[in-house]
Structure formats: C-alpha cells, structure tokens
Design a protein around this ligand. Structure first.
Ligand code: RTP
Ligand code: MG
Length: 138
C-alpha cells in the first residue's frame, strides 16, 4: 500500500487498566489517525510474557518486568496506519518516563520506568512477531 501503511502491536499495560486511562490513551491514537485493526483485554501468561520480552531475558530488570506485565489485564491492540511503528513510538515517548517529553503518553501519564503505561513494537519485524503472540490472522 502507499504511504508505508503498516501495523504495530500496542499494549496498554496493567497500570493503564488499573488507573482507568485506557480510553483516553486509545483516543490519542485514534485522533492521530491510526486505525484499530484488532483489540482485546487479556492477562498475559508467564509464557506469553517470556515470548514478548525474549530480547530482555537475563537482564537485571527482566524478572520484575515479567512480574509486572503479568500482574493484571492488559489491552492489546493492533494499530494500522502510515509509518505506524515509528508513529506510535514517537507518541509513546522515552522508555523512562522521567525523560519522556511532555505531550507524549509516557510524559503525560507515567512517572517510573517499571510502570511506563504503554508498549509499542520497536520495528516492523518486532511488530510481526508480537502481533502473532496476541492475534490470529482472523
Ligand atoms: P516496551 O518494550 O515495554 O515498549 O519499552 P521500550 O521498548 O521503550 O523499552 P525496552 O528497552 O524494550 O524495555 C522493556 C521494558 O523494560 C523496562 N526496563 N527497565 N534499566 C531498566 O531498569 C529498564 N530498562 C527497561 C521498562 O519498563 C521497559 O518498558
Ligand atoms: Mg521494547
């Protein structure tokens, strides 16, 4: 398709669900022009979490990360649009909310690294891998 139409995997992490801010975060993505291609609420199993964060296995923050991401339901979305991977990452802001610019999602909603409210795929290859963890072709 023209304009680099692509899909990316977004998670509204357990802190977003607990704080009841999923609606407003989704509204930002929609207002920007991204299309919701798939969406569901689910609680990750430890196996799904390990697959999702395989690249971080063995790092000092890994166990805490798995514990947090499985600590309650998340909203998983596939967002589609022009340059969606980059667009979502730009809207999310820096990984550490302390460094995330005001106006970004993490800049506006999060305060600490371990509870940074949102996940977005970091490349087209990661997006394809991650979408397959959460959704079937259908
Ligand atoms: P995410 O995968 O969750 O979208 O976040 P990201 O790409 O911005 O950051 P990534 O490097 O993939 O890290 C995944 C999550 O691990 C936690 N983290 N803690 N040094 C640390 O303590 C540290 N580094 C990363 C963060 O919660 C990050 O979202
Ligand atoms: Mg990442």
């Amino acid at each position: 398709m023209e304009n680099n139409y692509e899909s990316t995997l977004v998670l509204l992490k357990p802190d977003a669900v607990r704080r009841k801010v999923c609606g407003e975060i989704i509204a930002r993505f929609e207002r920007k022009g991204l299309t919701i291609s798939a969406m569901k609420l689910l609680t990750l199993t430890p196996e799904m979490a390990a697959e999702h964060y395989a690249e971080h296995k063995g790092k000092p923050f890994y166990l805490g990360l798995i514990e947090f991401i499985t600590s309650g339901p998340v909203v998983a979305l596939v967002l589609t649009g022009p340059n969606a991977v980059k667009m979502v990452r730009n809207m999310m802001g820096a990984t550490d909310p302390a460094n995330a610019a005001p106006g970004t999602i993490r800049g506006d909603y999060a305060a600490i690294m371990s509870k940074n409210i949102v996940h977005g795929s970091d490349s087209i290859a990661s997006a394809e891998k991650e979408i397959a963890i959460y959704f079937t072709e259908q």
